[in-house]
Write a protein that binds this ligand. Structure first.
Ligand SMILES: [Ca+2]
Ligand SMILES: [Ca+2]
Length: 464
């Protein structure tokens, strides 16, 4: 039988990914770092913002209007607010969230959501007080921001200057982005009490940066630089270094200033070009900065997740923060559409999966929040036999494979875990050699875990 043309490259991928997997059940490596992926919570609906709170809980919004607190160690979640008038339609609904940086003395939670006024869709910024069990005493800080069923932004993030930064989309009216009388298509800078900071570029306006189309990712680095992801139109998704009073070009400029009309506009308007741009577009969404030794390959990188492209991108920043020196792609298609990412102080990465947002194909258990954690130790539940003890062939598997576990004694139970660490299939066998069936499993990496009389072993394999 002739090999299919793509057969050989897949084998290479397996060797690269699992060549060092002898003492690990890890499904994946980030460079040389073995990692585990775990699902923290399932059955949620279009999680939009996830952030690591000062209480070591993950705080998250769901687009229909819910705010919850999630214990990342147990997966227990607690609903702390439902915004009844949040208007979820298309890309609209409850979006970004930020906690005041001095949360113990100012337990304020900022939220941005869409609502309707007559037949018009609008956006507002609100602030609630955390009383230790729920969010209460909501008050509106900015009302009547232009919005639509699409292109509403909106991320919220506090800067080291204790000001709140908010992205807004062009709301489908592209001319708004260059219109300094409109709050659409901008980065706004806001005092914690909702007033305009006196040191804004225009002390009478919230506008801090402009010429943006639809930014759904904002993050500061410890250096104090603000970065943003930006949805391009049919081309040129962008990663921007955002600066006060700068013009980011939309709608006259897509990505870099590299077409004759763009060059003219950029020179006349002091346009700040992106640090990086993607064509075809990925549908870039949440970003967060990774600076932990747990996954050294990501240290000093902005992590950015993508919806349409269903992957995470790491963007290594130069020492001065002014450029991107390295770009790499991760988890391509493993979970589906990815909406947001946050990093814990101990170097774990959490991702909000968004397959229920109307543009995805939900998988069992969606939507979910998943964890990426460096695997430094092997726990008592992760006893792994030498890798040559469990054999699976052929590998990659198409429909069916034979498994041999030489040292098995007695009945065997087995699990097939998908890349998210979810058990996709279970079965039993009565002897050391048996068959597994992989029909209806999506192509990708899996782990076969076999268990017999308190012993377990695991072997990675691939389904084509
Ligand atoms: Ca731009
Ligand atoms: Ca261009």
């Amino acid at each position: 039988m002739k090999h299919k043309p793509f057969f050989f490259p897949l084998i290479i991928i397996i060797v690269l990914s699992f060549g060092c997997s002898k003492k690990s059940e890890s499904q994946l490596f980030i460079g040389n770092t073995p990692i585990d992926t775990n699902t923290i919570v399932t059955g949620i609906e279009t999680p939009w913002e996830i952030l690591w709170g000062p209480d070591n809980y993950i705080w998250f919004t769901e687009r229909p209007g819910r705010v919850s607190r999630l214990n990342p160690e147990t997966g227990n979640k607690q609903l702390i607010l439902t915004i009844e008038d949040a208007f979820e339609y298309g890309e609209a609904g409850l979006l970004g969230m930020a906690l005041h940086p001095d949360f113990s003395s100012s337990p304020w939670v900022y939220l941005v959501y869409n609502y309707t006024e007559g037949s018009a869709i609008r956006e507002r910024l609100v602030r609630y007080i955390w009383n230790g069990s729920v969010l209460e005493q909501g008050s509106t800080l900015i009302n009547n921001i232009p919005a639509n069923s699409f292109h509403n932004g909106s991320r919220l993030v506090f800067g080291p200057d204790n000001k709140l930064y908010m992205s807004t989309g062009d709301a489908g009216n592209t001319s708004s982005s260059q219109n300094m009388n409109s709050l659409a298509g901008k980065i706004l800078r806001i005092n914690p009490d909702g007033t305009i900071p006196s040191d804004n570029p225009n002390p009478a306006s919230y506008i801090w940066a402009f010429g943006l189309r639809n930014s759904q990712g904002l993050a500061f680095t410890p250096q104090g630089f603000l970065y943003g992801s930006e949805h391009g139109p049919s081309s040129d998704d962008e990663f921007n270094l955002l600066e006060a009073n700068r013009n980011y070009g939309w709608p006259s400029v897509n990505g870099f200033c590299d077409l004759p009309d763009e060059i003219t506009f950029c020179q006349a308007n002091n346009v700040k070009e992106p640090l990086y741009a993607w064509t075809p577009t990925l549908a870039v969404a949440g970003i967060d900065y990774y600076n932990h030794a747990a996954i050294p390959e990501w240290q000093g990188s902005m992590l950015m997740v993508a919806l349409k492209a269903s992957k995470m991108v790491s963007l290594k920043l130069s020492a001065d923060g002014q450029s991107v020196t390295e770009v790499a792609n991760w988890f391509d298609g493993y979970w589906g559409r990815l909406r947001d990412v946050c990093v814990s102080p101990d170097g774990r990465v959490f991702i909000a999966v968004s397959n229920r947002d109307g543009r995805g194909t939900p998988r069992a258990g969606d939507d979910r929040i998943v964890e990426i954690v460096a695997k430094n130790t092997i726990g008592v539940n992760d006893i792994v036999s030498p890798e040559d003890e469990v054999k699976i062939f052929p590998n990659p598997v198409t429909d069916q494979a034979r498994v041999q576990w030489a040292s098995a004694s007695g009945d065997i139970s087995y699990q097939i875990l998908n890349p998210a660490g979810i058990v996709s299939r279970i079965g039993t066998a009565t002897g050391p050699e048996f068959s597994i069936f992989t029909r209806n499993l999506n192509p990708g990496y899996y782990i076969l875990r076999v268990i017999s009389r308190g012993q377990s072993a695991a072997v990675p394999f691939m389904v084509m």
